[in-house]
Design a protein around this ligand. Structure first.
Ligand SMILES: Cc1ncc(COP(=O)(O)OP(=O)(O)O)c(N)n1
Ligand code: TZP
Ligand code: MG
Length: 211
């Protein structure tokens, strides 16, 4: 797992959401997360089902944010859990070993180690930079990635205000994936934005190969 982890915005306009997502997936996304904090159960089901179909067509794993029940109903590839969501160990027991479980760890290394021990497939650190869609009381510092590199065996993702420019030092510091909403969905050209994010990983791979 390496590259751009695309997360959806709170759009209720499903055709607009699907059109932008299709452009992004065609440009090359490592994982897609369906996150719509404003949607009710009916819209979540409609958008989730359509996005899952799109992901299957593009061979991209489909992750549901927060809603373990929706993950099960849609037979999604996994679920992303934060501090106020279900516990990783319980969800792992429910979903079995074959599903992807992501865990938000903010700037907390112990939380990441606990999530890994409880069966998380990846952990997410952040928010690192000011976000247009989410406020956080505490900003995560890039130095946590140095600890993660030394201590984690599952992949780690960075999130929060990511652009190709400000994500570069985090990718170079070992982040396996960069997660973003606005830099792709609010871009004039979402496909070009995806390609720019993926460029970070080509650079990292070239650097690592030369090391
Ligand atoms: C990849 C990724 N990282 C972090 C989050 C945030 O999860 P959470 O803290 O549960 O907050 P909400 O997204 O539910 O508002 C995420 N969704 N994805
Ligand atoms: C879900 C989430 N968790 C931390 S920041 C964030 C939002 C990321 O969106 P953006 O890439 O637009 O800052
Ligand atoms: Mg959550």
């Amino acid at each position: 797992m390496q590259g751009l982890y695309l997360v959806t915005p709170n759009w209720d306009d499903t055709p607009r959401l699907l059109a932008a997502t299709e452009l992004a997936l065609a440009a090359g996304v490592a994982l897609l997360q369906y996150r719509n904090k404003d949607a009710g159960p009916e819209l979540r089901m409609e958008q989730g089902r359509a996005l899952r179909a799109l992901c299957r067509r593009h061979g991209v794993p489909f992750i549901v944010n927060d809603h373990v029940d929706l993950c099960l109903l849609l037979d999604a590839d996994g679920v992303h859990l934060g501090g106020t969501d279900a516990e990783v160990a319980k969800v792992r027991a429910l979903l079995g070993p074959g599903k992807i479980i992501g865990a938000s760890c903010y700037g907390d290394m112990q939380r990441a180690l606990d999530a890994q021990a409880a069966g998380a497939s990846y952990v997410a650190f952040g928010g690192f930079y000011p976000s247009r869609v989410k406020q956080y009381a505490v900003t995560t510092q890039p130095a946590i990635l140095d600890q993660a590199r030394a201590l984690m065996s599952v992949p780690y993702v960075v999130i929060g205000g990511m652009t190709p420019a400000n994500a570069a030092p985090l990718a170079a510091r070992g982040a396996h994936m960069v997660a973003a909403i606005s830099s792709v969905y609010l871009a004039d050209d979402p496909a070009a934005a995806v390609r720019e994010f993926n460029g970070l990983y080509r650079t990292t791979e070239i650097r690592d190969a030369a090391a």
